[in-house]
Design a protein around this ligand. Structure first.
Ligand code: SF4
Length: 243
């Protein structure tokens, strides 16, 4: 289907309370040119659900160059476990080299994560999405009370749509809690990143992720030196609230 003709508002209403499996099936049935974004964390559930619907799924992963060693190994575990290709996306070399030369490797602790995430995540994602009509993400409402509490199951991706093409974003896990995700992982013997066994709930780049304490929200383990409403890396810029 051409994404410009996909009635995302009507489908979002119709599928608002449907299961993640139903939403993924709708996505895969509606679009040939669609891919799953895999971060190397518990969004592996998307892959497990999708391969049971269609074995030739298109999966990509943003390799920022700053992931934990455990996450790189986990990505390989997932590739082998599901026998799928994973498109590993790298940042543009020249832009990254210039950035690191000028600002070093940890500038985000001084002036915020936006520039580094922009180069290491948003640019490669933008290039990838230009090839696609739709993508599937692991966003959930419960991941961030400050930025994700209104995430719908299907939406127009305003950050990556153009005048010529509407980009459709499916968020099949939007209504699932962390507990429901982990129940699924346990019941279905889904492989998981070993960092989860060490107190990490949300997993991103190594310098910008830390384990959380009991009763701390998972988002407190990400960019902890920044204000809560700005804790999005640009992949889901639609979620950001005005400062
Ligand atoms: S999460 Fe941190 S290291 Fe990773 S791209 Fe963003 S600012 Fe850079």
């Amino acid at each position: 289907m051409n994404s410009n003709n996909f009635d995302y508002q009507q489908q979002a209403k119709q599928f608002a309370d449907e299961s993640p499996r139903s939403i993924i099936k709708l996505a895969l049935d509606s679009f040939e040119n669609i891919a799953i974004s895999f971060s190397g964390a518990e969004d592996v559930v998307l892959i497990d659900l999708a391969v049971k619907i269609r074995s030739d799924i298109n999966v990509f992963c943003l390799d920022t160059g700053r992931l934990h060693a455990e996450t790189y190994r986990f990505i390989e575990t997932v590739r082998e476990h599901y026998q799928i290709d994973i498109d590993i996306l790298s940042p543009p070399t020249e832009i990254l080299q210039e950035f690191v030369k000028n600002k070093g490797l940890f500038s985000f602790y001084q002036d915020g994560h936006t520039e580094c995430c922009g180069i290491r995540k948003v640019l490669p994602l933008k290039k990838k999405l230009a090839e696609l009509d739709a993508w599937i993400t692991g966003q959930r409402k419960d991941q961030s009370p400050d930025t994700r509490n209104a995430v719908p199951v299907i939406q127009k991706d305003n950050a990556f749509s153009t005048a010529e093409k509407t980009m459709i974003k499916f968020n099949p896990l939007a209504n699932w809690s962390s507990t429901m995700v982990w129940e699924y992982i346990t019941v279905n013997n889904v492989p998981f990143n070993p960092l989860h066994e060490r107190g990490y709930i949300s997993i991103g780049c190594e310098p910008c992720t830390r384990p959380v304490l009991p009763n701390q929200h998972e988002r407190q383990g990400r960019w902890w030196w920044e204000e809560a409403t700005q804790k999005e890396c640009g992949l889901h810029a639609d979620n950001m609230k005005e400062k």
